[in-house]
Design a protein around this ligand. Structure first.
Ligand SMILES: Nc1ncnc2c1ncn2[C@@H]1O[C@H](COP(=O)(O)OP(=O)(O)OP(=O)(O)O)[C@@H](O)[C@H]1O
Ligand SMILES: [Mg+2]
Length: 506
C-alpha cells in the first residue's frame, strides 16, 4: 500500500466495562474504499464513532493517524476540519429545513461565511448535480424520500471538502435504482482520490465497491483482505466463524384453512387524489408464510397498516378472522384480536430509546404482568424477556441497558421479540431483516418456520427478492396500490416478480 491516508492502530473501546472493540487496526490510502463487515453488534459503528470523534480522544485506547499526523479529536468538528466526514446509520438532516439550509447548516461561521444567497444557491445546485439529485435547493427535506435524503447527506459531505467519507449502512432503506446511483457516486469519489469506508450487510455491494474488506467479530479484528480475492461466501465465513449451510432454509409447511380474509381494502391520504391502497382483497392461511412484494411505494406497507389499524389517513377494509368479522381501529384492537406487527420504521413506531431492552420487549403485554396488588411481577417479566433475548440472540450487556445503546441490528431483533411476546395468531413483518447480518437473518428465518409450524400465520413484506422467494409459501405482488399477481413459491423467479411489479395496466 502507498502511504496510508488513515491508520487506526489497536483501538480498544469499552462501555461500562464491556469491551466493544478489542484492539482493531485498519488502514487505507487515497482513492481506496475499505468495507468493514461483521455481525450485528460486532463493533463496526463503534469503530467509526471513534474515528469520527463522536467518542473523543481519551475515551478509547489506541492511536489514529490521518495524513501522517496523530489525531486527538475532542468531537466531530475536529475530524471534519481534517476532512473526515461520517454519515451515520440513522440520518441526521433537519426535516423542516430546505436542502440548501441543511447543506450549509453548521458551516455558517466557517469558510462559507462570506457567501451570499446567490452563491450558496449556485453551490448547492452544483453539489446536487454531482450527486445526481434533481430537486430544487429550496425543497424541504421532509418532502424527499429516504434515498434522496441520503444523497443530500453526501452532497453536504462534499461541501465540506471531504478526504475520507464514512458511510454506515447507507443503502438499507433504498430502492434498487437509488442504490445504483449511490454506488456510482462512491466509484466517482474514489476516482477523484477521496477515500471511503463503507459498512453494509449487503455483500454484493461490498464486493462491488471495495479495495479492501476488513472483518471484525465480537470486537476482534479477524483479517483484512483484498476484495479482488474474496467471494461473498469467504466474507460470510470470516464473519460468523463457520460456513452457513444455506442462506434460506426451506421447510415444508402444513398449511391449514383460511384464518384471515381481507376484502376491499382502500387507503388514501388526506388531500390526495390517488389511493395508496386500491381495492385489495386476499386471504391468509393457517401455518402459512405469505410474502408481499412490489416496488417501494406500491402500497405494501400501507396495506399492512390498514390491517393493523395504524394507517395515517382515510382507510377502510372488511376483515374477517377465523370467520368472525373484526373492526380494527388501533394497534390495541389489533393486538387484542391476535395480530402483531413489526413496523418498517422502527425509530418511529417500534421502540422507546431510553427505556431498557427488556421493558421495551414486554411493553405491549405489561398488563399481563400486573399482580393483584397492582404491581408488576418483575421476576416473571424478566424471565420471559430474557427467554426471547436468548431465542433471538439479541446482543445486549443486560436487559436493563437502554435500547438506544444496542447496535442497529440488535434493536431490530428486540422489536421482533416484543411482537412475539404478545403470542399472536398472525404476525406481520415489514422488512424484517433490514440491517440484519447474514447469520442472524438465517436465525430469523428458522424462527419464522418454527412459528408457523406451531400454527401461527405470517405476512412478510420484503424488498429483498431472494428472501421473498426463499421463505414464502405464496407471494402477492403489488403495483400502484393494487394487487397485481399471486404466485406459488415453486418455480418462482426474481424476473417473474419484477415483471409483475413494474408492469402497467390491469
Ligand atoms: N453507547 C453505548 N453504550 C453501551 N453499549 C454500547 C453503546 N454503543 C454500542 N454499544 C455496544 O457495543 C457493541 C457494538 O455495537 P456497534 O453498534 O458498534 O455494532 P455494529 O457492528 O455497528 O452492529 P450493527 O450491524 O447491528 O449495526 C454492541 O454490543 C453494543 O450494544
Ligand atoms: Mg452499526
Amino acid at each position: 500500500m502507498t502511504q496510508p491516508l488513515l491508520e487506526m492502530r489497536d483501538i480498544v473501546k469499552s462501555f461500562s466495562g464491556v469491551r466493544a472493540l478489542n484492539g482493531v487496526s485498519i488502514k487505507l490510502a487515497r482513492g481506496e474504499a475499505l468495507s468493514i463487515c461483521g455481525e450485528n453488534g460486532s463493533g463496526k459503528s463503534t469503530l467509526m464513532k471513534v474515528l469520527s470523534g463522536v467518542w473523543p480522544y481519551g475515551s478509547y485506547e489506541g492511536d489514529i493517524f490521518f495524513e501522517g499526523q496523530a489525531v486527538k479529536a475532542a468531537g466531530i468538528r475536529d475530524t471534519e476540519a481534517l476532512g473526515i466526514v461520517i454519515i451515520h446509520q440513522e440520518l441526521a438532516l433537519v426535516k423542516e429545513l430546505s436542502v440548501l439550509e441543511n447543506i450549509f447548516l453548521g458551516n455558517e461561521l466557517g469558510s462559507f461565511a462570506k457567501l451570499n444567497d446567490e452563491d450558496m444557491y449556485r453551490r448547492t445546485r452544483d453539489l446536487l448535480k454531482r450527486v445526481k439529485l434533481e430537486v430544487s435547493p429550496n425543497t424541504l427535506v421532509r418532502d424527499l424520500g429516504v434515498g434522496q435524503q441520503q444523497l443530500v447527506e453526501i452532497a453536504k459531505a462534499l461541501n465540506k471538502n471531504v478526504k475520507l467519507l464514512i458511510l454506515d449502512e447507507p443503502t438499507s432503506s433504498l430502492t434498487r435504482n437509488e442504490i445504483q446511483i449511490l454506488l456510482n457516486i462512491v466509484h466517482d469519489l474514489k476516482d477523484q482520490g477521496i477515500a471511503c469506508i463503507y459498512i453494509s450487510h449487503k455483500l454484493d455491494e461490498v464486493l462491488d465497491l471495495s479495495t479492501w474488506v476488513a472483518v471484525i467479530r465480537d470486537g476482534d479484528h479477524i483479517d483484512t483482505r483484498s476484495a479482488a480475492e474474496l467471494t461473498q461466501n469467504d466474507i460470510i465465513s470470516m464473519m460468523v466463524g463457520r460456513e452457513l449451510e444455506a442462506l434460506f432454509p426451506r421447510e415444508v409447511h402444513d398449511i391449514g384453512e383460511t384464518v384471515l380474509r381481507v376484502k376491499n381494502a382502500h387507503a388514501m391520504q388526506a388531500g390526495a387524489s390517488i389511493p395508496q391502497v386500491n381495492d385489495v382483497s386476499f386471504e391468509l392461511k393457517k401455518g402459512e408464510i405469505l410474502g408481499i412484494s412490489g416496488l417501494i411505494g406500491s402500497g405494501r406497507t400501507e396495506l399492512m397498516q390498514c390491517i393493523y389499524g395504524c394507517y395515517d389517513g382515510r382507510y377502510s377494509a372488511t376483515i374477517e378472522m377465523q370467520g368472525q368479522s373484526l373492526t380494527i381501529r388501533s394497534q390495541r384492537d389489533a393486538l387484542a384480536a391476535g395480530i402483531a406487527m413489526v413496523p418498517e420504521d422502527r425509530k418511529r413506531h417500534g421502540i422507546i430509546p431510553i427505556m431498557g431492552v427488556g421493558r421495551n420487549i414486554s411493553l405491549s403485554v405489561l398488563d399481563d404482568y400486573v399482580t393483584y396488588l397492582g404491581a408488576i411481577d418483575e421476576n416473571r417479566e424478566t424471565q420471559d424477556t430474557v427467554d426471547y433475548i436468548a431465542r433471538l440472540k439479541v446482543k445486549t450487556a443486560s436487559p436493563e441497558l437502554p435500547i438506544k445503546n444496542l447496535s442497529g441490528g440488535n434493536q431490530q431483533k428486540a422489536i421482533i421479540a416484543k411482537c412475539l411476546l404478545t403470542n399472536p395468531k398472525i404476525l406481520i413483518l415489514d422488512e424484517p431483516t433490514r440491517g440484519i447480518d447474514v447469520g442472524a437473518k438465517y436465525e430469523i428465518y428458522k424462527l419464522m418456520h418454527a412459528l408457523v409450524k406451531e400454527g401461527m400465520s405470517i405476512i412478510m413484506v420484503s424488498s429483498e427478492l431472494p428472501e421473498v422467494i426463499g421463505i414464502s409459501d405464496r407471494v402477492l405482488v403489488m403495483h400502484e396500490g393494487r394487487l397485481k399477481g399471486e404466485f406459488d413459491h415453486q418455480g418462482l423467479t426474481q424476473e417473474m416478480i419484477m415483471n409483475c411489479a413494474i408492469k402497467e395496466g390491469v
